[in-house]
Design a protein around this ligand. Structure first.
Ligand code: AQP
Length: 331
């Protein structure tokens, strides 16, 4: 039995990219592995959040985790800020990291650029990776199922874990990334060379998991393609249509070859209609379950129990780390 850990930020409404790139995968682990799924609200505050909205988004995300099929009797579902070990180990990991390696993180460079100069770049954007390393390492994680954008974060997690182990003694298992072959990076519907993101200001670029059917249809119909009107997979030359094919492939479990055959001689119009229909059929039952969970007290009970369970495992790792580092008096 392997240990699985993954987190999603409650920084907005969950996108089809978050779902297909990472969350859809989560349910496949729950029957055979020890799974920790976290709502990483302390990562969300690396950029300003409106407090009531953050509280609401965290709960909504928990409901969505359940709605996609995670079973709280099989997985530990919890909110990061409710398990204090995350920030404690996060600080320790920050002291092991160097400014140089943190400044080289592409996500930091991308996000910092939006804030202008050093006086307005939140320091949390720079120190985010050591906190993420702590999230993962606390649970002695074997695999981290995430989208491709998180690859560099998993690499730095391994580097920091190794640095600790060789400097102070074995405390951490080295985790490995699990990504999908197709769909590890779902692109924006409007700028298909850019990653689809929750925080994209152009809502046409992003189908959300909770979008109404007519909104999904509108967004897919307006998705950027090319003028060739032929459906085949070519990430470089036909980024828009290839992205839509990747989405269709993940939703229907058809390979891109099968999709090419299916749509030979047919135009983009029909393909887009079928794709929208497939997304609507996938999201409909998720949305139904989501609205049941989000209005129930059961959700809060699950989160409270999840935090207590996560804390027990996290404390065992942190105690060892603090002892090895000389931070605690007792083992
Ligand atoms: N476009 C994507 N394609 C595939 N996977 C993706 N993920 C995110 N975007 C895509 C994966 O979703 C999980 C949760 O992501 P996150 O909430 O930790 O934050 P993120 O990667 O920064 O996602 P966003 O949507 O771009 O959020 P904002 O706009 O707030 O920064 C991760 O496993 C991620 O890989």
């Amino acid at each position: 039995m392997a240990v699985i850990f993954s987190g999603v930020q409650p920084s907005g409404t969950i996108t089809l990219g978050n779902y297909l790139g990472a969350m859809k995968n989560f349910t496949s682990y729950q029957n055979e592995h020890e799974c920790y799924f976290c709502i990483v609200n302390q990562h969300a505050i690396t950029v300003p959040q409106e407090p009531e909205q953050l509280r609401k988004n965290s709960r909504n995300l928990a409901a969505l985790y359940l709605a996609i099929g995670l079973d709280p009797d099989k997985v530990t579902l919890f909110i990061q800020s409710e398990v204090a070990e995350h920030t404690k180990l996060g600080w320790i990991m920050t002291t092991l990291a160097t400014i140089g390696e943190l400044e080289r993180m592409t996500q930091y460079k991308d996000k910092a650029q939006r804030h202008g100069n050093g006086d307005s770049i939140p320091a949390g954007l720079l120190t985010y990776p050591p906190l993420m390393a702590a999230d993962i390492l606390l649970y002695q994680t074997d695999y981290v199922p995430v989208g491709d954008d998180q690859r560099q974060h998993i690499e730095i997690t391994r580097d920091l874990a190794q640095r600790f182990n060789s400097r102070y003694g074995e405390a951490f298992k080295l985790p490995a990334i699990h990504t999908r072959e197709v769909g590890a990076r779902i692109m924006s519907l409007q700028e298909p060379k850019k990653k689809m993101s929750k925080s994209d200001a152009n809502s046409l670029a992003t189908p959300y998991l909770l979008d109404e059917p007519e909104t999904i249809l509108k967004k897919i119909k307006r998705a950027q393609t090319d003028s060739e009107n032929k459906i085949y997979y070519d990430r470089e030359g036909k980024a828009g249509i290839s992205n839509l094919m990747a989405i269709y492939s993940l939703i229907t479990d058809k390979s891109t070859d099968e999709i090419e055959q299916l749509y030979e001689g047919k135009g983009y119009g029909q393909f887009k209609n079928d794709l929208a229909e497939a997304i609507i059929e996938t999201t409909r039952p998720i949305q139904k379950r989501y609205y049941e969970f989000v209005h129930s007290d059961y959700l809060d009970q699950i989160l409270t129990a999840g935090a207590a369970k996560a804390a027990r495992k996290a404390a065992a790792t942190l105690n060892k780390v603090e002892y090895l580092m000389g931070l605690s008096r007792n083992c």
